[in-house]
Design a protein around this ligand. Structure first.
Ligand SMILES: Cc1cc2nc3c(=O)[nH]c(=O)nc-3n(C[C@H](O)[C@H](O)[C@H](O)COP(=O)(O)OP(=O)(O)OC[C@H]3O[C@@H](n4cnc5c(N)ncnc54)[C@H](O)[C@@H]3O)c2cc1C
Ligand SMILES: NC(=O)c1ccc[n+]([C@@H]2O[C@H](COP(=O)([O-])OP(=O)(O)OC[C@H]3O[C@@H](n4cnc5c(N)ncnc54)[C@H](OP(=O)(O)O)[C@@H]3O)[C@@H](O)[C@H]2O)c1
Ligand SMILES: Cc1cc2nc3c(=O)[nH]c(=O)nc-3n(C[C@H](O)[C@H](O)[C@H](O)COP(=O)(O)O)c2cc1C
Length: 1217
């Protein structure tokens, strides 16, 4: 034991570690524990011990610090096997759930309270409750973190959980265990994981794994009293033999897996040999070592302990990490009560073993350790030496002290079994206590089992199954739905989407169906997702589009901000621990109030797939290792302290355990192509997530759906590989779904007549998951001269008698739900079959797995309301966006004419043909049906597969103070001829709907807050507004607001200058021309610049040209620390303006180009540069055609270089601009 010279001063009597027994340190008085490091003299105070749950084995007058098996908690508070009382259960559940939510360090949320209420209700109803998979994962990681005897806890956050709580039979348990072994062994590149089986209920139906370790060697007692094999397992080997196991009686026979499910009698199963990785021990210098015939296995998997989490007990929870070399070499092979090889090794070394003075034991022990390290390394199997493990533990302790004020640790177990004082842990005082969640000991299953069929002593239950892993994987696929589902529930796949127009959601749902073949797949909108769950996901797939100018869709904003906060926290932690060789450079502040957020910095910190590959940036200490573990004082292998994994000194990011992949939707017509998806991918990687596939892009202008399908197949395969689910036929069946006609076949949907119809406002609200308001139309008037051939209108709506509904600020948006044109709706309605008249409900057939088998039920569509088919087509469905390839495939199945079928199939499968058809005709659903008259359009099926009508956003063009109880918009009425101007006239849905409103019409809408586009708080700040065409819309609300403020302001109030840059085709299209003049006269607008692009006799000028011309004025605002620049309208225009201003800084303001770039970025980040982006609205057809021409040029270049053989999403990942 170490010297403790000051001990008498601080601990007069009682246990030196816990202080138990001294009056000063009596538990009732103890508030903290002072712990000293005798190597460096540092002291710290452990306060976490105040949260200890159980008593220690120490008594007032004697210390139990080295007792191997302290009484397990279940013995302390109740008779063995009895469940906890509801009171204790709730108390522990509350502590756990609070800890779970607190641990995320995020502001309190409704999710937390709702979850606690749900648990209480569940306990009241059922006597217990179920943890979510995320909670369980968190609990399992925390239990490892709290494992006071484990030296390898630095990687506590990196633990994969297999949720096997839905298994019901021993066979299923065995399959889950094989999966665990296969996954964690990972061909030698070990990964830590836990598999959790169903929880204890009444104590009579426990699930147990009878083995102490999943992989272990049998031990046979010979007649002469000697033992062959591993003496530690003699008793269990006899249990196996009594069950009927026929053993080969060798030195290294792998014991079968013995499991009991739900309190049933145990069954045993041989582990397929190809699942087990054995290492034959040789020595780098002594050739004779190999001839000793020693071997050990790769995977230390503890299976006899209980996982105690949130008041719930999981009696079967095998977990595994990797070995620390001393565990195998010093303990398993050399302990006298184990393989006892020390003396044979010493003799082979030629050492005199007759006395101790030559330290033959120590010499032989070192060589045994070298041999083990060497052999594992030669076999490429993860292992760690005890010095590296000890170093990493010191780092872990330091981190824990800082992060939670202490670290429970048992010195007796932490100090390695050899060379104790040359490792730093020897000199460190430690405090041993139990905090929950925890892994605790339990009595061996064969000692407590209540036999059902036979008396255990004469049990000869011969239930043997022999499988090879391939067969097991095959069984997963062919087994009954119930069984298949039970297995698939082990690995959850969370699929998150963010969308503006619904495509990402459609793709996410398709992905969900693919993944449900092998995973427990859940599809959710980012907005509905509780971010605290993120770090406990096993597999995360993200499907998201990009909006604005490289920004998140609205329903992805909160998620993204939360991700950024996590990244910032991680960055701060890394900076303070400074344990990584390279800390990513996060130089920009995180500003959650900003809509356009700086994320570019993460691009440099792209993480590569982690696994446990040694190619990661490792700290110095870690470069010495191949893997981890702790000492085992039991003389057996079956304890959890051996499982710890020491991998890196650097604490992994909070997503260390999350495997992820991102599919980014976008359009290469935008300068920031698929930027949001790319940013999400970067952040997930930055937070140590393991990327299983590189981010993939789907270009709206170039085979987006095709790219998605290719990616979906690839990512499914990558996920199966990552989780060791290998079955080619599962793959084929899963991905078949992507190309199948039976997506949701017509017989799985129907329309049922109902008596009533839902009202439109709540119906649309439910459909889109939003609170909507109903306003009243006032007028729609042109805001430019007549006879221009175009129409831009001012639309006014009022609250209709409830002004409090209209809550907005200048700069915000109004999103309007339009109706489709009646002629289109009627044309479609005439073609639909199986559509009853009157109100109907769309119903979908769901397959529900029950204990009795698969049940088919008709359920109402989750989103669509009860209403007439005509109303559905008018208000709820997007019938004007050209049908997708998937829809065309469905139509092909419904076409009766062979030629039409062939053409539809071609369009559905040939990307080029489809793109050409789509962009030439831009056909709506009515036109498509007209083009293929033989389609027998199944109404319910089509309605079920059509995208939902999306609301259109408009920048509000009026100030609420200036026009109370009114909202005005400035709307460009979109009308165009398809086929390059030769085709039929098409009408933009919403702009034409608004153009045709009549006073008193109902307008269904909601407000969208745009905090980053509000006017500056300080009225004296200079403002520059740049908005050609309808981009002027929000600036009208600004000048109205300023007009109102000026009227009301006390004499002498200083207002900053307000300059407007407007652009139009001609003078006749100078929007709000008169009004602007008035505002100039009233001194509201300081200056108005007009750029004309098609005015006869005037050179073509854009707002960018005007800006350059007026550079002196512009620079005055741009370089003023209080200046604000606002840009609104088309995305390409906004990008050009940005670049123009950047150029102005280095051509006219003396900055270096790099400086100018940084300056602009800073303007943006500090919320002085504001953008309100409408999308590609200017010269839509031209921009689209240009981009498509570039795409086809690139495609022909790809053909020349052979790049066309790459998946489509890889080819267009970088976009064409
Ligand atoms: C944040 C934000 C604010 C906005 N603010 C305003 C605003 O203040 N004022 C305003 O007028 N608009 C604004 N918009 C645009 C607006 O939301 C709508 O996109 C616009 O009104 C068109 O909608 P629609 O339903 O009439 O047309 P849709 O039915 O949606 O049709 C438009 C689509 O038709 C296609 N198309 C258009 N022209 C052609 C062509 N020549 N050839 C082939 N295809 C073509 C394109 O695919 C285009 O996307 C804003 C958009 C956003 C995102
Ligand atoms: N059918 C209708 O009745 C109708 C009416 C109004 C609008 N619209 C459509 O609605 C959309 C928006 O119309 P709008 O009124 O907002 O704008 P707009 O009148 O089409 O254009 C406004 C000004 O912006 C210019 N511009 C084009 N590209 C630019 C760029 N990259 N950078 C800077 N300036 C650029 C235009 O020049 P150019 O001369 O080069 O185009 C024009 O001078 C367009 O798609 C338009 O076709 C249709
Ligand atoms: C207003 C608007 C802004 C957009 N901005 C971008 C952008 O910055 N980058 C990009 O790649 N795509 C951009 N897009 C294209 C969309 O990402 C693309 O249409 C995508 O397929 C939409 O998917 P969703 O239906 O899931 O939202 C924009 C589209 C619109 C209408």
């Amino acid at each position: 034991m170490k010297e403790t010279p000051e001990q008498t001063d601080t601990v007069p009597s009682g246990c030196p570690f816990t202080g138990f027994g001294s009056s000063k340190y009596h538990p009732m008085n103890r508030k903290f524990m002072k712990l000293k490091n005798y190597q460096n003299g540092q002291e710290f105070v452990d306060t976490l011990c105040n949260q200890a749950h159980e008593d220690t084995p120490c008594q007032p007058k004697h210390c139990g610090g080295s007792v191997m098996f302290p009484r397990s908690p279940e013995h302390q508070d109740r008779p063995r096997g009895t469940p906890r009382s509801q009171e204790v259960l709730l108390q522990e559940a509350k502590e756990f759930i609070d800890g779970y939510y607190r641990s995320m360090n995020r502001p309190p949320s409704g999710f937390h309270q709702a979850r606690w209420e749900q648990i209480q209700a569940e306990v009241a109803k059922t006597g217990t409750y179920q943890l979510t998979t995320q909670e369980l994962t968190y609990g399992a990681k925390m239990a490892w973190r709290n494992a006071y005897r484990c030296i390898g806890r630095i990687q506590w956050n990196k633990l994969t959980l297999f949720d096997a709580r839905s298994v019901t039979t021993a066979g299923q348990m065995f399959d889950a265990i094989c999966n665990h072994i296969k996954y964690t062994t990972n061909k030698g590149n070990l990964r830590s994981a836990i598999t959790v089986f169903p929880q204890r209920t009444d104590g009579k139906h426990d699930y147990r794994v009878w083995n102490m370790q999943l992989v272990s060697y049998a031990g046979y007692r010979n007649e002469d009293g000697t033992i062959t094999g591993d003496p530690a397992n003699v008793e269990f080997t006899e249990v196996c033999q009594k069950l009927g196991w026929k053993s080969p009686k060798g030195r290294f026979d792998i014991l079968p897996i013995v499991v009991s499910a739900g309190g049933q009698d145990p069954e045993f199963f041989d582990i397929p040999e190809d699942v087990i990785l054995r290492i034959h021990i040789s020595h780098p210098k002594y050739p004779w070592f190999k001839d000793m015939g020693l071997q050990w296995y790769a995977l230390p998997a503890v299976s006899g302990m209980m996982f105690d989490c949130g008041g719930i007990e999981f009696c079967a929870c095998p977990f595994s990490g990797w070995y620390m070399s001393t565990e195998v070499a010093a303990r398993d092979l050399c302990d006298p009560q184990r393989y006892n090889m020390l003396e044979p090794i010493a003799k082979n070394m030629g050492l005199d073993t007759s006395n101790y003075r030559n330290l033959w034991k120590d010499q032989a022990l070192v060589e045994a350790n070298l041999a083990v390290l060497h052999s594992y390394q030669e076999a490429n199997v993860t292992i760690v030496d005890h010095h590296t493990a000890a170093d990493s533990f010191m780092k872990f302790m330091e981190n824990e002290q800082r992060l939670r004020g202490g670290c429970p640790a048992d010195w007796v177990w932490i100090v390695p079994p050899m060379s104790g004082s040359v490792t730093p842990v020897f000199h460190q005082e430690m405090s041993r206590y139990i905090v929950k969640p925890t892994y605790s000991y339990q009595v061996q299953a064969w000692k407590t089992h209540n036999w059902k069929k036979r008396d255990g002593s004469e049990a000869v239950r011969k239930q043997q199954r022999k499988f090879h892993f391939k067969e097991i994987a095959g069984a997963v696929q062919f087994a009954s739905q119930l069984f298949g589902e039970a297995l698939s529930r082990r690995v959850k796949a969370t699929i998150l989407y963010a969308t503006e127009t619904g495509k990402s959601e459609t793709y996410a749902n398709m992905l969900g169906q693919v993944f449900s073949h092998a995973f427990n797949a859940q599809v959710m909108c980012m907005d509905d997702y509780d971010i605290v769950d993120l770090e406990h996901e096993g597999l995360l797939l993200v499907v998201t589009s990009t909006f604005g100018n490289g920004d998140a869709p609205e329903n992805g904003e909160i998620f993204f901000k939360a991700l950024q906060n996590m990244a910032e926290e991680y960055h701060l932690m890394m900076s303070s621990t400074n344990t990584l060789d390279s800390v990513p450079d996060i130089k920009k502040p995180f500003n959650p109030a900003q809509r356009i957020v700086p994320v570019g910095q993460f691009a440099r910190s792209q993480s590569t797939p982690k696994g446990m590959s040694v190619t990661e940036p490792l700290s110095k200490a870690v470069q010495n290792m191949s893997v981890p573990n702790t000492p085992d004082r039991t003389g057996q292998n079956g304890d959890w302290q051996r499982w710890p994994s020491v991998y890196s000194e650097a604490p992994a990011g909070s997503l260390a355990n999350v495997r992820f992949a991102v599919f980014a939707l976008g359009s290469s017509a935008y300068p920031k192509y698929c930027q949001f998806g790319k940013d999400v991918d970067s952040l997930l990687g930055h937070l140590s997530g393991e990327r299983i596939e590189p981010v993939a892009c789907g270009d709206e202008l170039n085979g987006q759906e095709q790219s998605f399908k290719e990616w979906a197949a690839d990512v499914f395969k990558a996920a199966c590989d990552a989780f060791c689910l290998e079955s080619d036929s599962v793959m084929a069946r899963a991905t078949e779904r992507l190309n199948s006609d039976k997506a949701a076949s017509p017989d799985a949907v129907r329309l049922m007549q109902t008596h009533t119809a839902d009202d439109l406002v709540p119906g649309l609200g439910r459909c889109h998951g939003r609170q909507l308001i109903s306003c009243t139309a006032k007028h729609a008037r042109m805001v430019h001269e007549k006879d221009t051939g175009r129409s831009t209108i001012n639309v006014s709506v009022t609250s209709g008698g409830n002004p409090s509904k209209l809550k907005f600020k200048p700069g915000d948006h109004l999103a309007v739900f339009p109706r489709n044109r009646q002629e289109i709706v009627n044309a479609i309605r005439r073609r639909l079959i199986r559509c009853p008249e009157g109100p109907v409900e769309l119903q979908v057939m769901r397959k529900v797995t029950t204990p009795l088998g698969v049940d088919k039920r008709w359920e109402a569509h989750q989103r669509l309301p009860r209403t007439t088919v005509t109303d559905m087509l008018t208000w709820y469905m997007d019938v004007t966006t050209p049908p997708t390839p998937n829809m065309l495939r469905m139509m092909a199945a419904m076409a009766t004419d062979e030629n039409e079928q062939t053409k539809l199939k071609l369009l559905a499968t040939n990307g080029e043909a489809y793109e050409e058809w789509k962009f030439t005709n831009w056909p709506n659903l009515a036109e498509t049906l007209a083009e293929f008259p033989s389609i027998e359009a199944d109404g319910p099926f089509i309605l079920c597969n059509l995208p939902l009508m999306q609301a259109r956003a408009y920048s509000i063009s009026s100030a609420p103070d200036y026009r109370p109880d009114e909202v005005q918009l400035t709307v460009a009425v979109v009308q165009y001829h398809t086929r390059g101007g030769q085709g039929p006239l098409h009408y933009g849905v919403c702009s034409n709907y608004l153009n045709e409103i009549e006073e008193g019409d109902r307008i269904i809408c909601y407000f969208r807050n745009a905090p980053s586009f509000h006017m500056p708080e300080n009225k004296s700040d200079p403002i520059m507004m740049i908005g050609p065409g309808t981009g002027v819309a929000p600036f009208r609300s600004f000048w109205e607001q300023r007009h109102h403020e000026k009227r009301r302001a006390p004499e002498g109030t200083k207002f900053g200058p307000m300059t407007l840059f407007f652009g139009g085709r001609s003078r006749a299209m100078d929007l709000y021309a008169e009004e602007k003049k008035d505002m100039m006269q009233d001194g509201v607008l300081t200056k108005c610049h007009l750029a004309l692009s098609r005015q006869p006799g005037v050179p073509k000028t854009y707002v960018q040209d005007q800006l350059m011309e007026q550079h002196e004025d512009v620079l005055e605002c741009l370089t003023n620390p209080n200046g604000h620049i606002y840009v609104c309208g088309d995305c390409t225009m906004a990008h050009d303006v940005y670049l123009t201003l950047e150029k102005m800084l280095y051509t006219k303001a003396g900055m270096e180009p790099e400086q100018a770039k940084l300056y602009m970025e800073k303007m943006r980040d500090s919320n002085h540069y504001h953008e309100d982006i409408f999308g590609i609205t200017l010269r839509t057809a031209e921009v689209t055609d240009k981009t498509r021409a570039l795409i086809s040029k690139k495609a022909s270049m790809d053909k020349d270089t052979g790049a066309d053989r790459l998946p489509k999403y890889r080819r267009d990942s970088i976009g064409v601009l």
